[in-house]
Design a protein around this ligand. Structure first.
Ligand code: PLP
Length: 374
């Protein structure tokens, strides 16, 4: 093994897709943006398709292009395509595009005219999150879409939106967003915009809000076996999701230190007892957040060894305990699915004051991905 690897269990990915398929009659779009949430774009996409994903979704156009260049044939949506992107390439590769501004709409229509190809678009509407989606000026936008449909310049295949608080099941904002969504869909319909697909559900809504399923659900974090919100929805185990990524690294060094020794930059930690320290060969340049505290750590020689001191660029130190049998060169588990009592992504997220999404997507390109149970 190289000094650090992320092992990705493709059977877990498939099982997580199968699980949601069994809970919905909607089509399932596997969200594979950000390199498949750090798990690897192409292997994850292929596994998801094998398990029955109907669509793939990316944020960036580059990600969608990469999918087509790898021979992937299912429908793909790219939903974050600012002005100036290569829309001709998108149309040539049959990539669906999201539109939420007249500026982008105009560029896409121009690309379609030049290629004599009908662009397939999904209109994004703002139902309350105020991030993406056509907002206040949506009536002008809708009239323009309606005109372009009549002139056979665009094919509106979808209308979609995004929830702000779907991970809080008791929160009424999701119901309000659903209401705004259906009202806007009806108004668009009256202007002759009647797409085949409506979609608004992310993983949290897919798991908890059946009314939101519409014609497609966008299954993101759940595909990777992680909970959309550990506090409100429960952890992976309680949701029957299987975390797919196991991050491993090597102990670069094991050493004995005396009580009073300080550890790492800023000497921010002091050992209180004679102990053994292990130096783990992975750091913040690999995506281990620098602000992680000692409630995270690694699994080594049959035990948990908590982080001690600050994470450095390429390494961090753990307190192995005086009686540890760990040796220089041993492999440790930084996080895994928790089945061996190793730390989980959720525990690391908590120790860093962030969410599981950020932990996995940040594991950087210096860490090779290897695939198991293909
Ligand atoms: C990332 C993303 C998703 C997936 O969200 P999860 O919470 O990971 O399921 C769905 N839709 C859009 C538009 C997204 O950007």
């Amino acid at each position: 093994m190289s000094r650090a690897v992320a092992e990705v269990d493709l059977q877990a990915i498939k099982n997580n897709l199968t699980l949601i398929k069994g809970k919905t009659s909607a089509q399932v779009l596997a969200v594979v943006k950000a390199d498949g949430y750090g798990h690897g774009l192409i292997p994850v996409s292929k596994a998801a398709i094998e398990a029955g994903a109907d669509w793939l979704g990316t944020a960036l156009l580059e990600e969608a292009i990469e999918l087509r260049k790898n021979g992937i044939k299912v429908p793909i949506i790219a939903w974050l395509t600012p002005c100036g992107e290569d829309f001709k390439e998108a149309l040539n590769l049959d990539i669906d595009l999201s539109i939420s501004s007249l500026e982008v709409l105009t560029e896409i229509v121009t690309a379609g005219e030049q290629l004599k190809k009908l662009p397939r678009v999904h209109i994004e509407i703002d139902t309350g999150m105020s991030r993406g989606g056509i907002g206040d000026d949506w009536k002008v936008f809708a009239l323009e879409c309606s005109r372009l449909i009549k002139e056979n310049k665009i094919d509106v295949v979808g209308i979609w939106s995004h929830f702000a608080r779907a991970d809080e099941p008791l929160e009424k904002m999701s119901q309000e967003q659903l209401l705004v969504f259906s009202n806007m869909v009806n108004e668009l319909k009256s202007l002759g915009i009647e797409p085949k697909f409506l979609h608004i559900a992310n993983s949290a809504a897919a798991l908890t809000l059946k009314d939101s399923h519409k014609s497609i659900i966008r299954w993101g974090i759940g595909l990777y076996g992680l909970s959309p919100d550990v506090n409100n929805l429960g952890d992976s185990k309680s949701l029957k999701l299987q975390p797919a990524m196991k991050l491993k690294a090597k102990l670069n060094l094991v050493k004995t230190v005396k009580a009073g020794a300080t550890v790492g930059y800023g000497a921010s930690a002091i050992v209180t007892h004679d102990t053994k320290l292990g130096v783990v060969a992975i750091g913040y340049a690999d995506g281990i957040p620098r602000n992680a505290n000692s409630s995270a750590g690694v699994w080594v020689a049959g035990k948990r060894a908590p982080l001690i001191g600050r994470v450095s660029m390429d390494q961090f130190v753990v307190d192995l305990g005086a009686t540890s049998l760990a040796k220089t060169g041993d492999e440790v588990i930084v996080f895994g699915n928790g089945n061996q009592n190793e730390y989980t992504v959720d525990e690391w997220a908590k120790a860093c004051g962030t969410i599981n999404y950020e932990i996995v997507t940040r594991i950087g390109p210096r860490v090779p991905r290897i695939y198991t149970r293909e």
